[in-house]
Design a protein around this ligand. Structure first.
Ligand code: FAD
Length: 440
């Protein structure tokens, strides 16, 4: 057992790293969090727009996000979450549809009448039909094609959810969609924290530092050496930090790039592909769809979805502007990912105006483009059995990453849930839950 003065380094200051460092510090563990960029928050980080802070990537809380809501309660932020009923639209072949009720479905002309009826009935029974089945080894395409029929799969599901996984969507385990439908079962209600995600990030930083932890930004870990006896991390300017334990939250391909030869031989062999994302955040002078989420299918746009954040937050959250994100999930080696931000902004602005003729160029106040290379792990069939363990044999390294949250959907909630589990085990090993714990 490690002694009670153990020092733990946490690599990465996204929600996984912040929540982990917070939990460890609260239990009296000496913790140092190391974040490469100059900002904390990872995929939940933000940019300044006029006098507001705005998320680079749209984020919302679901009513089923119990672990995240538990953390917000600890931080005194739970009551700041503003819940709203939101709606969903759908754009197919350039035509707009509502997609919320049985009546909307009956009017959804991209599907034939008998397909709409079947769609409605099957969707009602979908969660039940998956219960007790081994959905982890069943291809999504085989599951949905069987239930909904070939055309609904090809015309609807493949383009709609496939946008997140590219051509691999049919091959990912049906368990992913099953879990996602579970998380979004109360799809109409969504939440947004008062002060945005920055308020959560700031509160976590204060809580870590208040409990004696250290938070360092602009400190990328360049090299990691780890044996059962301890770890050392090479930082900027050759600084070396020696610690007893390390918890890494960076995506597995990034971790492989940091590991020295000895550690690389111990790391999980799991070869996971990841989807990245390109988003554009538009500040508009007028509302656009009124829906929170609108998938865009076969409409000649480079993006394949629209998220109207102001439908959830109200325009007052963004200085009176209507904040609308458009996005495309894509591989980090794709041409789109390599393209310059100004080119993407110009093209997607023109396409948005084409798609919504009531929008004029003067309505577009500003547009900002953001990219992230590692967003969604693309899970192979049978991933439950291949999921990398959170401990690495022969080392003092633990892992808590988006590759570990499966079968949960990647989200702030699943990150917090994972981190609660990983830090529980680490605390047990450190003997901290019995000795010197600061938490009642
Ligand atoms: C477009 C989009 C929409 C989303 N919508 C939602 C939503 O509505 N609700 C929701 O809950 N979730 C949503 N998510 C998912 C959510 O953002 C992620 O699941 C979550 O942020 C993952 O957190 P993480 O800490 O695992 O990873 P990250 O946030 O990626 O954090 C990893 C951190 O490690 C740092 N790092 C990398 N290399 C090094 C190094 N060498 N040294 C030190 N630090 C390093 C990075 O800079 C980064 O800060 C969305 C994500 C995207 C992209």
């Amino acid at each position: 057992m490690t002694t009670s003065s153990s020092h733990v380094a946490v690599i990465g200051g996204g929600i996984c790293g912040l929540a982990a460092a917070h939990r460890l510090a609260r239990h009296g563990v000496r913790v140092t969090l190391l974040e490469a960029s100059d900002q904390l928050g990872g995929l939940g980080s933000f940019f300044a727009y006029q006098d507001q802070w705005v998320e680079r990537f749209y984020h919302c809380v679901m009513p089923t996000d119990d672990d995240l809501l538990g953390l917000l309660e600890e931080l005194g932020l739970k009551d700041s979450v503003r819940w709203r009923k939101t709606t969903m639209g759908m754009i197919v072949d350039g035509r707009r549809h509502r997609f919320n009720s049985a009546l909307d479905l009956l009017r959804f002309t991209p599907l034939r009448l008998h397909e709409r009826v079947r769609f409605g009935v099957v969707s009602l029974l979908l969660r039940r039909s998956g219960r007790g089945r081994d959905l982890d080894t069943l291809r999504t395409e085989d599951w949905l094609r069987g239930l909904y029929g070939r055309r609904v799969w090809e015309e609807f599901f493949a383009p709609m959810f496939g946008s997140k996984f590219g051509s691999s969507f049919g091959d990912v385990p049906a368990l992913y969609l099953w879990q996602r439908l579970g998380r979004e079962r109360n799809v109409a209600t969504r939440g947004y924290p008062g002060g945005g995600y920055k308020a959560i990030i700031d509160a976590l930083r204060s809580a870590i530092e208040g409990a004696g932890g250290t938070v360092r930004t602009s400190v990328p870990v360049h090299r990691l050496h780890s044996t059962a006896g301890g770890s050392s991390l090479t930082l900027n300017d050759g600084e070396v930090l020696a610690v007893d334990q390390v918890l890494s939250t960076v995506p597995l391909p990034v971790l492989r790039g940091l590991a020295d030869e000895e550690l690389a031989a111990c790391l999980p062999r799991t070869e996971l592909a990841y989807q990245g994302v390109v988003t554009a955040a538009f500040f508009l002078r007028r509302p656009l769809t009124g829906h929170y989420w609108t998938p865009v299918l076969r409409s000649g746009t480079g993006f394949d979805g629209v998220v109207e954040m102001s439908a959830l937050t109200g325009p007052e959250a963004h200085g009176g502007s209507h904040l609308v994100y458009v996005m495309r999930y894509t591989d980090r080696t794709s041409r789109l990912f390599a393209r310059d931000a100004a080119g993407i902004a110009a093209q997607w602005t023109a396409q948005l105006i084409d798609l919504f003729p009531e929008l004029t160029p003067e309505d577009v106040e500003d547009v900002r483009v953001f990219k992230a290379p590692f967003v969604e792990p693309i899970h192979p069939l049978g991933y439950l059995a291949q999921r990398p363990p959170t401990t690495v044999d022969g080392t003092s390294l633990r892992l808590a990453t988006t590759a570990h949250v499966y079968p949960d959907v990647t989200s702030w909630n699943s990150s917090v849930k994972l981190v609660n589990d990983v830090t529980d085990r680490l605390l047990d090993d450190l003997g901290r839950r019995e000795v010197g714990a600061r938490v009642p």
